[in-house]
Write a protein that binds this ligand. Structure first.
Ligand code: COA
Length: 147
């Protein structure tokens, strides 16, 4: 699926992704500092949908969706190159993912974010109202006593 969001192209062709650029972007984030090329490539190949944004053929945005393609999806690694921020590109990539033919009719989409809530709220995400029903396991990390 190729979508034109002038002046950008948004594409689900995973073989088009410039993983050198994506690795250096993701390695600079708070959620995957220093991530290896191997992990970036493995995470993409294990994802249901991988989305790139391009300007003049150059990579300028990325995201991926981890999903069973029937009921559930997790949106991850949303990134727009600094020089292209503030022009709606992240919003357009997320909308592209939400409307992707392989991901139609899911019951639930989830994500985690430290500070970009407004981006996701604009396309319909809400804070969880029942966090007591969600659990997380972080293998290898000791559980700290409650503060
Ligand atoms: C967050 C990010 C993807 C946004 O990309 P973008 O193309 O500039 O986003 P958009 O232009 O579509 O902005 C949509 C809305 O998101 C919000 N937003 C964008 N960047 C934000 C940020 N860093 N913090 C908080 N809100 C942000 C704004 O409310 C914006 O709406 P507005 O333009 O009406 O003010 C980009 O800043 C980025 O790659 N940051 C580093 C990686 C990161 O934090 N990714 C998100 C992980 S959850």
């Amino acid at each position: 699926v190729l979508h034109i969001h002038p002046p950008f192209e948004i594409d689900d062709d995973r073989y088009r992704i410039d993983f050198g650029a994506v690795r250096s972007w993701l390695g600079s984030t708070y959620w995957s500092p220093g991530v290896s090329m191997e992990d970036v490539a493995r995470a993409a190949s294990g994802s249901a949908v991988v989305v790139g944004a391009y300007l003049g053929g150059r990579q300028c945005g990325y995201l991926r969706v981890v999903s069973d393609r029937a009921t559930f999806a997790w949106l991850a690694d949303v990134f727009v190159a600094p020089e292209h921020r503030g022009r709606g590109l992240a919003t357009a990539m997320v909308e592209f993912a939400l409307e992707h033919p392989d991901l139609r009719g899911l019951r639930r989409w989830m994500l985690a974010t430290k500070d970009a809530h407004a981006l996701y709220a604009s396309v319909g995400f809400q804070p969880v109202t029942d966090p007591q029903n969600l659990m997380i396991l972080r293998p290898g990390r000791r559980v700290e006593p409650a503060e």
